[in-house]
Ligand binder design. Sequence first.
Ligand SMILES: Cc1cc2nc3c(=O)[nH]c(=O)nc-3n(C[C@H](O)[C@H](O)[C@H](O)COP(=O)(O)OP(=O)(O)OC[C@H]3O[C@@H](n4cnc5c(N)ncnc54)[C@H](O)[C@@H]3O)c2cc1C
Ligand code: SF4
Length: 500
Amino acid sequence: MRELDYDVVIIGSGAGGGAVAKELAPLAAAGKRIAVLEWGPKLADDAFTGREVEMARQLYFDSGGVLTKDRTLTMAYGRAYGGSTVVYTGTSLTIPEDVVKRWDVPGIEYNDLQRRSAKYIEENNVHKLEESELNDNNRLFLEGCIKLGYRAQQFPINVKGCRSSSLCNLGCPNGAKQGTHRVQLPAAEAAGVEVITNCRVTRVGERSCDAVVADPGFGLPSSWESGEVRVNAKVIVVCGGAINSAALLLRSGYGDRLPTLGRYLTLHPALILVGEHPHEISNFHGHPKSFYCDEFWESEKFLLETCMYFPFITSKNLIGFGAEHSKLMRAFGRLQMILVLAVDPALESNRVLVDRDGEPVIDYTMGPSVLDSLHRSMVASAKIFFAAGAHRVHAPAGASFFIERKDADRVEELIPRSNVIPGKISVASAHIMGGCGMGREASDSVTDSWGRVHGSPGLYVGDSGLFPRASEINPYVTVMALADRVAEHIRDNAGELLAP
Ligand SMILES: Cc1cc2nc3c(=O)[nH]c(=O)nc-3n(C[C@H](O)[C@H](O)[C@H](O)COP(=O)(O)OP(=O)(O)OC[C@H]3O[C@@H](n4cnc5c(N)ncnc54)[C@H](O)[C@@H]3O)c2cc1C
Ligand code: SF4
């Protein structure tokens, strides 16, 4: 096996890894050797075709359909130069103060996270779209919420030169979305940080990690030749995303002394509903996600967001088969769409495990409170569709495939709670959090508030795995704020940590 020496190795280049890389750039500029090892490929700008099946295969783990152990939920997370930030929608929210209080991590203060979030909001060009840039899907959502008296807010998003192609979750073909692949990684590389793509880390030790470089058959070639490599480093920052960071540390044997490793996984279980309008609506262009409704966030633990997915994802997420399903898909150009997100509690039993081969297994059960939230969110969404003028609604737990407009005042009855059964409704997650949670000590957490793994000097976690509970809002800005803390700690202690 080849052996290489670095000062710092960062595993993963997504929201967390990208932020750590850029924040450590001054060390690279001062001569320290820093490498980002990224499992996924880097695609050339013209390889972002917007073609659904091709992009899903190249940019996501399992094409965005990783299944939980009991197969009741699918998870989408990215594998690429830039991680999930290549495929995220770019809605950019700061974690609310109440959530930080609920996290109850000594050393984590709202004001500190707020200040760091503001830095990334600035760095990633976050702003609200002009009214003229909003499409019908978003306008209708707002209209429905206003008619019902529900509180709706506009999402700030992180685009520069957005050309309204609505393909954000397939990787922006116009280079407009300001993920770490556009902002933090190029800045880090300019300062001397090396980013090695197609490089999967298979084991992490205290001061070294093993990796395999392999060409996936698409994307730009890796800067390292194919084969196995051992990388020695004084500091290792694990930023593989919540599932893969926990799995990597478990596979490497850290579970023996860190009993919470992999546990307290939260997913914001989500599903989509559609309302069919009598006329075409302009959803094939425009940024897909401009508004959200947080009316029920505190009382019923769910958020409603606008969304517009592509035909394959949409058809997979609608319930039913045959003629009715086909009829609804044929109405695609007339569909209004809402994504609902349930806020799930952090349970010890919801966790990442590894199988005999060291591959992640996600043991996650949607408890009664989550099913209640999903039920109430479907009822609220159906009301919004009808208030916005839809003539029929498809709700995954509906008593019938369609709820017709004449029954609009019976939605409570026509979406029975008894139909909200895991496995019978299509639930997905793109907000994967926890598994390497921050806390006080090894008995209750994996790291401290600076992302330092308890009992392993020089080993850090710097990604969404750090969340001790759900963020309760779209999480990426908070991931970057926490990664910023990790990098600051390494910078401030570089003399000691990186001493020869
Ligand atoms: C479709 C979609 C839409 C989303 N939309 C939004 C949104 O609008 N707003 C928002 O706030 N959040 C959104 N999110 C969530 C957000 O993208 C994530 O919370 C965030 O990117 C997580 O950051 P991370 O660093 O933990 O992991 P990621 O960004 O997922 O990065 C992890 C990286 O590590 C790499 N990796 C994993 N294991 C290894 C290994 N063993 N060796 C080497 N590399 C490894 C992976 O390939 C990946 O590139 C969305 C996510 C998805 C999938
Ligand atoms: S809507 Fe804007 S950010 Fe999204 S894919 Fe199109 S150009 Fe890119």
